[in-house]
Design a protein around this ligand. Structure first.
Ligand code: SF4
Length: 586
């Protein structure tokens, strides 16, 4: 039987049959949500069954749904991939382990906090500390029953892991900036304020890990999560604060960036950038790294409100169907920066000012000692790929522990996986210098500038997404490339090189002058031509280059650069000028 009705959209009389009803319903039905949206909805604001599952000592793992929720609490379930094949052969389950990421807003930690992380790395983790590309600590290799005491001890040291991962605002990065202490103080305060304001408000974290009494339940969304709501964000959200001329935080890779604008050494406000992001998937051209757009200028007092409204627009318009298209960069790419600015300004109730002029000169760290304005000094140390360990070649972890015991300032984790021993008093400096010498920590003088400008993500054996080695391989690759550089006279020429084990881009490889992105065991996509100051992405030069092919592929280009570069020309600019790659379009 058929019936007549008015179609709501066309206001035309159309004949509708049961089949057309089904077709219309399908066409008008909301797009299906990703599974993670259901997990978030069912979790009662991030509680889920985490508490019960971590109390269960009969298994070494947790359920898949819980492992998704666990990310909001700052930890990942992983397995030791070095052991996978052997365990499979022996018909054993995977060697389940957990990684926890300690949020350190602005990367500033006290000596007592350093000592706690150091102790935990031995007590519960694999004896190493990873300084991440987002100025956080990571501890790897924690067994399930040890995760709760680990998180408890981290909190007792006034640090936490809350929102270090998950579909929320992550660790807020901030230029550690020891040379401009007044500007650093202001940006550091902003990083803490942003971190606090955009932290999840649900008490789930405290109930699961710190045995806070369970909330009775049924509290309205606006009480549990006034900013996020029960679905949180469509995907992760990253904020960075840069102080020109340093672009060490890779401001254009951040979902939301604040670029400090200084007048007379004081911050008068921030240029706001939105829509940067690194991740992509191999073979899926609709996923791509993207540089952020300029949104406008705000005063220091407006910055937290701007951040909240940017986050809320993304919360409301980000893609909740396809997680590979769910970052803010795609919302802005699809809808345009003009639309986005209007949405943000409508929620703010005021207009942003036009962006101000500034210049970036590089993304790297300035190694060695610098003197602050107040008589204290700061030392930036190179930590290869951010891994602090003791082994046959280094006693860096012991050395830094001994320094932490006598240090009267603070530690600053840099966005390049390095470490600043900051605010060293004049009286204490000789003690620190003696320990640096004893443990061979102040060693930038015998490293190539390529190595000093290198970064690698963790990748194998702990990252479940890794397709190839990264942290364990890049140092050996740089040994090989150093021979080319030495012969070409480029040992002291700063060239940025970054490697990741997969295209997710945790070490921001698409902003390196030489970028390697893992494709398969022993194979990498080679990217060339990013700008040294982080204002231009690199582009794909060769796909699936094997480890053996890397040196012969790069050597002629590096030699060409040594011979024919113009005065002051950077490697990334040279490879574009001479046609190895096209410049990435913005
Ligand atoms: Fe893992 Fe990929 Fe991130 Fe490296 S870039 S840590 S392989 S997800």
């Amino acid at each position: 039987m058929s019936m007549k009705c008015f179609h709501a959209f066309s206001a035309q009389v159309i004949l509708v049959t049961p089949t057309t009803i089904a077709m219309i319903s399908e066409a008008n039905a909301p797009a299906p949500r990703s599974k993670n949206e259901d997990i978030k909805e069912a979790s009662h604001f991030l509680r889920g069954t985490l508490k019960q599952e971590f109390a269960d000592t009969t298994t070494a793992y947790i359920s898949e749904d819980s492992s998704q929720l666990l990310k909001f609490h700052g930890s990942y379930m992983q397995d030791d991939r070095d052991l996978r094949n052997e365990r499979r052969r022996q018909k054993l389950d995977k060697a389940w382990i957990f990684m926890t990421r300690v949020r350190v807003p602005g990367g500033v930690a006290t000596p007592a906090q350093w000592l706690k992380i150091d102790a935990l790395s031995d007590k519960y983790a694999n004896g190493t500390i990873k300084l991440t590309t987002r100025q956080a600590f990571q501890l790897h290799g924690i067994l399930k029953h040890n995760l709760k005491p680990t998180v408890q001890e981290i909190n007792a040291a006034l640090l936490d892991t809350l929102a270090a991962c998950g579909d929320v605002n992550r660790n807020v990065m901030c230029n550690p900036n020891p040379g401009q202490s007044e500007a650093h103080a202001a940006t550091y305060e902003l990083s803490k304020a942003l971190s606090k304001h955009l932290s999840p408000q649900s008490r789930a974290y405290y109930e699961v890990w710190l045995d806070e009494e369970l909330v009775a339940g049924g509290e309205p969304e606006e009480v549990q999560e006034p900013i996020y709501g029960k679905y949180y964000l469509p995907r992760k959200f990253k904020i960075g604060i840069a102080v020109p001329p340093s672009n060490d935080v890779d401001i254009y890779s951040q979902d939301l960036g604040f670029i400090a604008i200084l007048e007379g050494g004081k911050i008068i406000g921030y240029n706001v950038t939105v829509g940067g992001g690194m991740g992509m998937s191999h073979g899926q051209p609709d996923t791509f790294p993207r540089l952020a757009d300029a949104l406008g200028f705000c005063t220091p007092e407006q910055a937290v409100a701007v951040a909240e409204k940017v986050l809320i627009v993304q919360r409301d318009y980000g893609d909740r169907t396809n997680r590979k298209h769910a970052r803010l960069k795609y919302t802005i790419q699809d809808r345009g920066i003009v639309w986005f600015r209007q949405e943000v300004e409508a929620r703010l109730g005021f207009k942003l000012q036009p962006s101000r002029d500034f210049t970036f000169d590089g993304m790297g760290d300035r190694y060695g000692w610098v003197d602050g304005l107040d008589g204290r000094a700061h030392l930036t140390l190179f930590i290869q790929n951010g891994r602090v360990r003791d082994d046959a070649t280094t006693k860096a972890r012991t050395g830094l522990r001994e320094i932490a015991k006598v240090h009267d300032g603070d530690f600053r984790l840099t966005a390049n996986q390095n470490l600043i021993i900051a605010n060293v008093s004049a009286a204490n400096r000789p003690k620190i210098e003696a320990l640096l010498k004893e443990y061979k920590l102040d060693n930038t003088h015998n490293r190539s500038a390529l190595r000093l400008n290198s970064m690698a993500c963790v990748a194998l054996p702990t990252c479940g997404l890794s397709l190839a080695e990264s942290e364990r391989y890049l140092p050996d690759l740089i040994d090989e490339l150093d021979t080319v550089l030495d012969e070409a006279g480029l040992t002291n020429d700063a060239i940025t090189v970054r490697m990741t084990g997969c295209p997710n881009g945790c070490a921001r490889p698409y902003l390196a002058e030489i970028g390697f992105v893992g494709r398969a065991p022993g194979k990498y996509n080679l990217y060339l031509g990013a700008a040294f100051n982080g204002t231009r992405l690199n582009t794909l030069y060769k796909e699936s280059v094997t480890q053996e092919q890397i040196r012969p592929t790069l050597a002629p280009i590096l030699n060409h650069y040594a011979r024919e570069r113009t005065p002051g020309e950077r490697f990334g600019d040279f490879v574009i000028r001479t046609g190895y790659v096209k410049g990435a379009e913005k």
